[in-house]
Design a protein around this ligand. Structure first.
Ligand SMILES: Cc1ncc(COP(=O)(O)O)c(C=O)c1O
Length: 385
């Protein structure tokens, strides 16, 4: 009954675990990447005002112009990208919708698309949906789970159409250094390769390097789709709102396709995004400081457990420790941990074949939960050695 397209796009293994624990109050959930903060008040107030002011109707398919103008200001301020709000910016329903649209308008059947592995599960699914050929690039622990131009170069063939970059990376927190990013940009120009820059975690970095954004590098704007999400930056996962910039040609195609799928993201969420980008940014700084403290706690706590090894994650809010010393598949370990300790984690293999040997713990949860989870893991895991 189901179309082949459906069969080739796998269901997320994270959702499977999430569904296993739905309704259970006895678990220490560190599975899904949902910040435990509430959306900042000034953003909620803007949304309430938007309803009263009548933002309850269809808008332009790329989003309201004042929202795109606020995005243009953000792109200049945070990312060094100059973009025309009329033609080079659109709003989408979360970063997710932008990822799907970008794949569908750029990838032809049979085109090869390089994507991070371990990586965000939907990247693989979107390439398959567009009938592209997913080519995993292994993010290695010894490189801090960054991407190197040398590794990219090895995977380039005459069928390579695009590369998906995600820095900081979900699930590892890996960061692509500015030096490598510049080299990757050169490779893309030389080989006529397009880029999706998935910047969902742009604000949560713990290194001291001021990040470069590939879409801002010379010659890259016309071949890069830069995708930003409000989900993590402003704790707005449920609002389903994100922002995209690229060349006017790519943007026109993405906006045209969006019209046939969701028309546009919810008008109220657009107005909330405007307030988020144009308003004070100290809420983001506060979240970053909190995540940084939790990152230190979880890094130390996990490393103190016999058998676990973790280099401090460079960004995002996930720890991705090496659990290979326990001598079992990450899925089996995650199930055992859940049964014995009620701590819920995600197996590394859920993020691709190169995620095997690791598990992911999301630390966008309270310090108390992190500490309790670590103490439970510490009383169980060493017994497996
Ligand atoms: C790397 C990455 N990209 C994109 C997304 C999609 O986020 P959203 O659609 O909520 O903006 C996520 C969500 O977890 C993610 O981890």
């Amino acid at each position: 009954m189901l179309a082949e397209r459906n069969i080739s796009v796998p269901a997320s293994e994270i959702r499977k675990i999430f569904n296993m624990i739905t309704g259970r109050t006895d678990v220490f959930d560190m599975s899904v990447g949902i910040p435990d903060f509430d959306t900042p008040d000034h953003i909620k107030e803007a949304a309430k005002r938007a309803i009263d002011d009548g933002f309850t109707k269809y808008t332009h398919n790329a989003g309201l112009i004042e929202v795109r103008e606020a995005i243009a200001t953000k792109l200049k301020r945070d990312n060094g990208i100059d973009a025309n709000p009329e033609t080079e910016i659109m709003c989408t329903a979360g970063g997710m919708c932008a990822l799907v649209l970008a794949n569908l308008i750029l990838v032809n059947p049979g085109d090869e698309v390089i994507y991070p592995d371990p990586g965000f599960v939907s990247h693989y699914a979107h390439i398959k949906l567009a009938e592209g050929v997913p080519i995993p690039i292994q993010l290695k622990k010894e490189n801090g789970f960054g991407v190197t131009a040398e590794d990219v170069e090895k995977l380039i063939t005459d069928k390579t159409k695009m590369i998906v970059l995600n820095s900081p990376n979900n699930p590892s927190g890996g960061i692509i250094s500015n030096t490598e990013l510049k080299k990757i940009a050169e490779l893309c120009i030389e080989n006529d390769i397009y880029v999706i820059s998935d910047d969902a975690y742009e604000k949560f970095r713990y290194d001291n390097e001021k990040p470069l954004f590939i879409g801002a590098l010379p010659g890259m704007k016309e071949r890069t789709v830069s995708i930003f999400s409000l989900s993590k930056t402003y704790a707005m996962t449920g609002w389903r709102i994100g922002a995209v910039t690229s060349s006017s040609e790519i943007l026109e195609a993405m906006t045209g396709l969006q019209e046939h799928i969701i028309a546009m993201p919810t008008a109220v969420s657009q107005k909330a995004a405007e307030a988020a980008f144009a308003g004070p940014q100290d809420c983001v700084d506060e979240m970053l400081q909190t995540f940084a403290k939790r990152r230190d706690i979880i890094t130390k706590g996990l490393n103190d457990i016999e058998g676990i090894e973790l280099d401090p994650p460079g960004g995002a809010f996930y720890a991705f420790p090496d659990i290979s010393s326990y001598g079992m598949k990450s899925y089996d370990l995650v199930m055992k941990i859940m049964k014995e300790t009620n701590v819920v984690t995600i197996h590394g293999s859920a993020f691709g074949e190169f995620g095997e040997g690791f598990i992911r713990l999301c630390y966008a949860v309270s310090t108390e939960r992190i500490e309790e989870a670590i103490s439970r893991l510490d009383s169980f895991l060493p017994k497996l050695l």
